[in-house]
Design a binder for this molecule. Sequence first.
Ligand code: LER
Ligand code: MN
Length: 274
Amino acid sequence: MSVKVSVTICLISEAKGGPFVLWDDLPASITQAASLGYDAVELFPPEPGALDPAYVKELLTRHNLAVSAVGSGAGWVRHKLSLTDADAKKRTCAKNFIHDMIDFAAQLSAPVIIGSMQGRWGVGEGVTKVEAFEYLAEALNELGAHAETRGQVLLYEPLNRYETNLLNTIEDASRFLRSLNTEAVKLLADLFHMNIEETDIAAAIRRGGSNIGHIHFADSNRRPAGLGHMNFEPIVQAVRDIGFSGYFGAEAFPYPDPISAARQTVSKFRELFA
Ligand code: LER
Ligand code: MN
């Protein structure tokens, strides 16, 4: 099995300006992804019930595409729901949102990503570090077990320090995942966050090893791969060395425009994995 490439399609109007390649129009974006030679699309729906899975499946089948992953970021950007909220009711709403997103994604044979919904700890948040990690562990244990009943894993994404103070590196996140009582939670290694937080991105990928379930593919400046100063060759070698056979999901700014960004990414991917 070889590494595959997917492209993000964002359907969340509140996320405008975010690092997603294709936007708004699902059928047109799926047609574009297929015509550019992508293997899959990564979907960011505004709600778990926003899309009819049968309709999405029909579009995908027509274009011979898979879904690489489904993002849960709408829970944060639309509803300000976080798994580490001080308020127990809001934590339950956050878990329910992701639970329902897992059910939606499973119908498309895809895992769900927990990124911005992980939240943060601090005085301003009304949550101590110990409490936040307790809440996060409890949520990942429950949601990981739920994903497993749907034949899926759950993808936990370490983010850079400007987005969370929970877990910023692959090593810290790997250690945390080992403390859970489920093995269904895997890591999402986002090269943009790693470029900020890791000492050596390739070494971090080797350390993450088989715990890495998905990779977000962007350059150092979060522009499409090839438009920044990321040194991709050692990263690609590390990905090969760990036997990764998942997706490089293009999560980058639509720079200079969505179609050019999608074209640039797929051409850089083909060059790197030729
Ligand atoms: C989500 O995949 C991500 O990387 C976050 O930075 C989005 O806020
Ligand atoms: Mn990401």
